[in-house]
Design a protein around this ligand. Structure first.
Ligand code: AMP
Ligand code: MG
Length: 475
C-alpha cells in the first residue's frame, strides 16, 4: 500500500503510563470541508483525493503506518490541579517533513478515549471551523501556533446540549507536550516518568540543553524564553487566549487550544471575552503574569530532576524564573517601540499612548495603522486634543528613524485581524452550509499586513448591535 504520511512514533518510546492506544471512531459520513493544501505540501503529505482525505482525517480509516494514541497529562485549570489527558484528541503519528522537522498529526473530535471522563470525545463543526480559521490567521500574523490541516464533517450530530453538526479538526503541532504533561509525570507514582519525559522534550525541542551542566534547568530556561516570545506576540496583535491553563501551555512555545480565544478591538488591558473566566484571570493584560505562574508550575514539576535536594532545586529554579520579569519587560518594550516606529527609547511616550488608547477607547489595530499615515488622521476617533498633542510629540521622534522606523511599524502592525463580529457572522453562515463569507475572510487574513483602503470592510469595527461581548469554549 502506498504511504501518504511519513510517520514516526517516538512518543511510544516513553513509559506506557504516558499514553493509551486508542482507535478513532468510525464517522458516519465523513465529508471534507477544508483541506490546507499549502500546509500539506510543506509537511510532505502526498496528494490525497477528497474522499481518502475525508476517511483518513476523520479517523474512519487509518493511514497504513498510523499508530493512534491519546496522551496522558494533568493541569491546573483556573488554578485547580486536575488529571486530564486527550479526551477528544487522537495522535495518528509524527510526520517527518521534507525539511527534516517532526510534527504531530492529531485528530481532534474523533471520538472518546480512556481520558474522556464524562465527555463524548466529539467536536462541533462551528468550533472546528473557528480553530482552523483562527490558527491559520495567527500563523499568517507570524505568531507561533499549532496549525490546521483539515476540517472533516462527520455527518453525525453532537449535542451541546442543542444538536450541532459534528466535525474533526486535523491539528498539526511541533508536539503536544504541555506544562501539564510534566505535572502528570511528576505527580505519578512511577518515578521513571519524569526523567524520561525531560530527556524526550530536550531531544525533541531543545537539543542543546542536553549539553548543559543541568539539562532540566536548561529546559526550564528554554521554555521560559519561548513562552515570553509567544506572549509578546499575543500582546502585539491583541490576542486573548482565554484559557491559559497549564494543560494548554506548550513546551514548544506555540499557541495551543483555540477555545474561547478572541482578538481585542477596543484597547483595555482588562478585556475578557471567555464566558467561563469570571475573575478576569486570563484577561489581555494578565497574560504575561499567567505565563509566569504556569512556568512556576513547570519548575515545581521539574524539581526532582533539577537536583535531588529540594532546597537546592528550588534555589536553582528560582534563579532562572527571576529572569522572567526583566526579559519579558525588555521584549515587550522593544515590541511596543516597533509598533510605534521608534528607534530611540521613549518609554514615557509608549505609556502615554496606551493610556490614550484606553481613555479614548480606541481600536487597538486601527489606531496603530492610523499612525502609519503621512498626515494626522482625520476621522472622528482621532479628533481629540489629547490625540493631537500626543501625535505631535510622537511624530518627530518617529520621523527621525527614517525608513527603518517605517519598516518596523509595517512589520509589527497588522492591517486586519480576525474581528469577533466578522468571525461570528462568517461561522454562523458556515455552520448553515454557506461558506462564502468564511472563505473571503480566510483569504484576506492570509496577508494581514497588506495595506487596506480607508473604509475596507475587513477594517471596520463592530457596530453597537454587532458587538461580541462573550465567547464560549464551544466544545
Ligand atoms: P480544553 O478546555 O479544551 O483544554 O479541555 C480540557 C480537557 O477536557 C482536555 O483534557 C480535553 O481533552 C477534555 N475535553 C474537552 N471537551 C471534551 C469532550 N467533548 N469529550 C471529552 N473530553 C473533552
Ligand atoms: Mg486543552
Amino acid at each position: 500500500m502506498s504511504q501518504h504520511f511519513n510517520f514516526q512514533h517516538s512518543y511510544q518510546t516513553l513509559p506506557a503510563e504516558m499514553f493509551a492506544a486508542v482507535a478513532p471512531a468510525r464517522a458516519a459520513q465523513p465529508e471534507l470541508v477544508f483541506y490546507n493544501h499549502t500546509l500539506a505540501e510543506q509537511l510532505g503529505i502526498s496528494p490525497l483525493d477528497n474522499s481518502l482525505a475525508a476517511l483518513y482525517l476523520s479517523g474512519k480509516q487509518l493511514p497504513a503506518n498510523a499508530q493512534p494514541i491519546a496522551q496522558a497529562y494533568a493541569g491546573h485549570q483556573f488554578g485547580h490541579a486536575t488529571m486530564l489527558g486527550d479526551g477528544r484528541a487522537i495522535l495518528l503519528g509524527e510526520q517527518i517533513t521534507p525539511a527534516g522537522n517532526v510534527v504531530d498529526i492529531q485528530l481532534k473530535g474523533a471520538g472518546p478515549t480512556p481520558f474522556s471522563r464524562r465527555g463524548d470525545g466529539r467536536a462541533t463543526l462551528g468550533s472546528v471551523l473557528r480553530e482552523y480559521f483562527i490558527s491559520e490567521a495567527m500563523a499568517a500574523l507570524g505568531v507561533p501556533t499549532s496549525r490546521s490541516l483539515a476540517v472533516v464533517a462527520t455527518g453525525e450530530v453532537v449535542r451541546r446540549p442543542q444538536p450541532h453538526p459534528g466535525a474533526v479538526l486535523t491539528r498539526v503541532a511541533s508536539s503536544h507536550l504541555r506544562v501539564g504533561t510534566f505535572q502528570y509525570a511528576a505527580w505519578h507514582p512511577n518515578k521513571k516518568l519524569l526523567p524520561a519525559l525531560v530527556n524526550y522534550a530536550i531531544k525533541r525541542h531543545y537539543p542543546t540543553a542536553a549539553q548543559a551542566e543541568n539539562p532540566a534547568l536548561a529546559l526550564l530556561e528554554a521554555v521560559m524564553e519561548q513562552q515570553i516570545r509567544l506572549i509578546v506576540h499575543w500582546l502585539r496583535v491583541g490576542f486573548i487566549h482565554g484559557v491559559m491553563n497549564t494543560d494548554n501551555s506548550t513546551i514548544s512555545g506555540e499557541t495551543l487550544d483555540y477555545g474561547p480565544c478572541a482578538f481585542m478591538d477596543t484597547y483595555h488591558p482588562n478585556t475578557v471575552f471567555s464566558s467561563i473566566d469570571h475573575q478576569g484571570r486570563y484577561a489581555f493584560g494578565q497574560q504575561a503574569a499567567i505565563a509566569q505562574w504556569n512556568l512556576e508550575r513547570l519548575a515545581e514539576a521539574l524539581l526532582t530532576d533539577i537536583h535531588p535536594q529540594e532546597n537546592t532545586a528550588i534555589q536553582l529554579a528560582s534563579a532562572v524564573l527571576d529572569n522572567f520579569t526583566p526579559r519579558f519587560t525588555q521584549q515587550w518594550v522593544d515590541m511596543m517601540h516597533a509598533k510605534l516606529g521608534l528607534m530611540e527609547t521613549a518609554n514615557e511616550l509608549v505609556d502615554d499612548w496606551l493610556t490614550l488608547l484606553q481613555n479614548q477607547a480606541m481600536d487597538y489595530t486601527n489606531a496603530h495603522r492610523a499612525l502609519m499615515r503621512a498626515e494626522l488622521p482625520q476621522e472622528e476617533a482621532y479628533h481629540t486634543e489629547a490625540f493631537t498633542k500626543w501625535w505631535q510629540r510622537w511624530r518627530p521622534l518617529h520621523d527621525a528613524g527614517g525608513q527603518a522606523a517605517k519598516e518596523l511599524m509595517q512589520a509589527a502592525n497588522p492591517a486586519i485581524i480576525p474581528r469577533n463580529h466578522q468571525v461570528n457572522q462568517a461561522l454562523n453562515a458556515a455552520e448553515a452550509g454557506e461558506l462564502t463569507a468564511f472563505s473571503a475572510l480566510h483569504q484576506a487574513l492570509k496577508t494581514p499586513y497588506q495595506a487596506r483602503d480607508l473604509g475596507d470592510p475587513f477594517t471596520q469595527v463592530a457596530e453597537a448591535h454587532e458587538r461580541v461581548t462573550q465567547t464560549f469554549c464551544g466544545t
